[in-house]
Design a protein around this ligand. Structure first.
Ligand code: NCD
Length: 317
């Protein structure tokens, strides 16, 4: 006879996207992350729950902050963490991905954290390996831990997500951060707006349940949260913006545009920032900015995700 588990269940082996989660599962991860914020603020930041477990960070796309954040998260849980950065190869990308994954799989990791430049690549890999997989960003598809850390930052500052007006601004077209945030924030009942020039809006974006604005002045009106996106010049083929100067003039967040939002609106950015392109330096460093807090919440959210997935793995056959 075993006592019933007091914890609500998280029913997934992998975290591939916010799209797979139900609202109560998002809440489970955010609540777990709250406790890990406290752990990360202690002098001794180390838990032992994942002692003896192996985490491999497999990054096919350059990353500094996300990889560092996942590495620290794993280490604070007591796991052994290995980082593997795989440069883009000239051989067939599909082959490289699966071959690399199978090689690592044979080393019996408990969890793989994967970033890849192709949408869907992480889900493909998850079907081939025998361990838990976390999507750390796949092309322009999803970046679920970024959306979770953004939600945690907002919830801690505002006390809730439901009913808040959130404006997601800039390069929505190339942004996995925008997609994951739209899915999460709408699932939790926020009023989500996207604000961008037509060239940087995916067609049919309104089907995701957002309101579309092509002017910052209108889109930021009454916003509780202003989330800026990096202009992803490395993903752009052809001309999406006339010039950086013009982009900043119309879509860069400066004091005048921010004044349209609520006076206590939070300013967010997933990083890395292009200062003077999508955000003015004085706003990025200003009193409404929670950009550094987002980074802190990132470690806690990733701890919560890894621990939750591996706790579930114990009962898997
Ligand atoms: C984001 C990403 O990689 O999608 N950055 C990150 O996770 N640190 C956003 C971006 O690159 O603009």
């Amino acid at each position: 006879m075993s006592a019933p588990s007091p914890r609500p269940t998280f029913g997934h082996r992998h975290l591939l996207g916010i799209g797979q989660l139900r609202p109560h599962e998002i809440a489970i991860l955010l609540d777990a992350a709250e406790a890990d914020v406290e752990v990360s603020r202690r002098i001794d930041k180390k838990k032992t729950v994942l002692k003896g477990r192996t985490q491999i960070n497999l990054f096919f796309e350059a990353s500094t902050r996300t990889q560092a954040s996942f590495e620290l998260a794993g280490k604070r849980l007591g796991a052994d963490v290995m980082n593997m950065s795989v440069a883009r190869s000239s051989v067939s990308k599909g082959e490289t991905l699966i071959d690399t994954a199978m090689t690592l799989n044979a080393m019996r990791p408990d969890i793989l954290v994967v970033r890849h430049h192709a949408a869907g690549a992480v889900a493909l890999l998850a079907r081939k390996v025998g361990c838990a997989v976390v999507n750390a960003g796949d092309g322009a598809h999803e970046h679920p831990t970024q959306a979770l850390l953004d939600a945690l930052t907002i919830r801690r500052r505002k006390g809730r997500i439901a009913g808040l007006r959130v404006a997601i601004c800039g390069d929505v077209l190339h942004s996995r951060v925008a997609r994951s945030n739209i899915l999460l924030l709408t699932a939790l009942g926020a009023e989500v707006r996207v604000v961008a020039p037509s060239t940087l809006l995916p067609s049919g974006i309104e089907l995701m349940g957002v309101d579309v604005f092509r002017s910052m002045q209108d889109g930021l009106e009454g916003a509780d949260v202003v989330m800026m996106l990096r202009l992803q010049r490395e993903r752009m083929e052809g001309t999406f913006v006339p010039s950086i100067r013009e982009y900043f003039h119309h879509f860069g967040l400066d004091a005048a545009k921010l004044s349209r939002a609520k006076p206590d609106a939070l300013v967010m950015h997933p990083g890395p920032m292009n200062r003077g392109v999508e955000i003015a330096s004085e706003i990025a460093d200003g009193p409404q900015s929670v950009i550094e807090e987002q980074v802190e919440m990132g470690v806690a959210v990733r701890m919560a995700v890894i621990e939750t997935l591996l706790a579930g793995a114990e009962v898997q056959p």
